[in-house]
Design a protein. Structure first.
Lengths: 219, 219
DNA sequence: CCTACCGATCGGTAGG
DNA sequence: CCTACCGATCGGTAGG
């Protein structure tokens, strides 16, 4: 829950930073921009892009109504930045998960489990507003932005292809790889609509269920 | 493609109906309401609820800007009506598909295929704007409306439960039924995001791929 | 980053 | 169902 804008702003006014001078660096512009991104991601996810006003976002970040436009040249640019940020960190997390797993040299099904588990984390884990926004607000961006994001998406999906091909070749994945991939991502991505972290199932439970659903001859 | 509003309106003015008197029945209010629902469903799907203005909808149905409010008391009521209409016809189609199949007494996997095939038709077939709107614009309706639709959704999903339970019992579906159902619907529902009727795959291809992906020991 | 503001658009309504 | 209209809200900007 974000603190209401007014109290955040007044708290900041009452509690001056350690350094006395009020230079630009003191303002820590990078952090303000990051707070805007976070607030925007959370609101875009909860209410949708069109139902979120730039005033909502400003208030959530403890700013006045016009201030977001000091950091982003338009509301659309903010949305696009949220999506880029989401894809960037998703790719990063995925690569880290794959590298961590390399030490254990898992079998091919084990590699798919790593990818699926990492995908659920990006989608449902802590701070996971960016990717759902990217998935569910694609209508609101320009064609040029869409194709730039499609390139990032290809990067993200690249590690999946050899794994799925190998599983198909070994008979553990029966459906044609191209359609299987689309259906599998649907099963995973849709979880952003129903998953409730407070409820029974954990991300590991989800990954187990997905593996059992898609892959035969496990272990 | 809907005819532009102006030409539709002027055509109607130039071509009086068969009956000379201008009573209310002559106006055929039921059809106008239906045209509004169709236009709204198409626009809500393409642009989203918030990005669609009631003026857009009116124009698509060949009306003036204030006229939708003669048929629906608010924009939200229009959205809700689209969703109800979608669920109603989805349930109807599903029951017809199941009845048609009864004559052939298919095995349990065959029954799942019927349900999946019917689901793809409701989602991707001709005139399939209503259910995607229901799936992707749920944020925009009130909690009361949401729970009323959840009841319809339960009706729709009811035939799936015994089929999935039986497949789980026979070992053809390995994952726990509750999570499997959520993941499966995700795989199917997500197709509304990527399916292109002009491209290679048919709805039967999709149903085949889904069956191969989810179910073992087919035929 | 704030203050003050603008033009455009929007959902909805009164009266016919 | 149309005409004419209203109040509210919104994205964005100038000037500091």
């Amino acid at each position: 829950m974000p603190t209401p804008a007014t109290s955040t702003a007044s708290a900041a006014a009452k509690r001056p930073r350690g350094r006395p001078r009020k230079t630009l660096e003191d303002r820590d512009d990078g952090n303000r921009r990051r707070e805007l991104l976070q607030s925007a991601a959370k609101l875009f996810r909860r209410k949708g892009f069109d139902a979120t006003s730039t005033r909502d976002i400003a208030a959530a970040a403890g700013m006045q109504s016009g201030s977001p436009f000091y950091h982003f040249k338009s509301k659309g640019a903010l949305l696009y930045a949220v999506m880029q940020e989401g894809m960037g960190s998703a790719i990063e997390r995925q690569q880290q998960a794959l590298q961590r797993a390399e030490a254990e040299t898992p079998d091919i099904a084990g590699q798919l489990r790593i990818l699926i588990r990492s995908h659920f984390e990006v989608l449902l884990g802590p701070g996971s507003d960016f990717i759902p926004v990217m998935l569910y607000e694609a209508r609101a961006i320009t064609p040029r932005q869409r194709s730039a994001l499609a390139a990032l998406r290809s990067d993200y999906e690249a590690p999946w292809t050899p794994v799925l091909n190998a599983l198909h070749a070994s008979g553990q994945l029966r459906a044609e790889v191209k359609l299987a991939r689309l259906l599998m991502f649907g099963a995973l991505n849709w979880s952003a609509q129903w998953f409730d972290a407070r409820k029974e199932a954990s991300l590991d439970d989800l990954a187990d269920a997905a593996m059992q659903l898609f892959i035969r001859d496990l272990e």
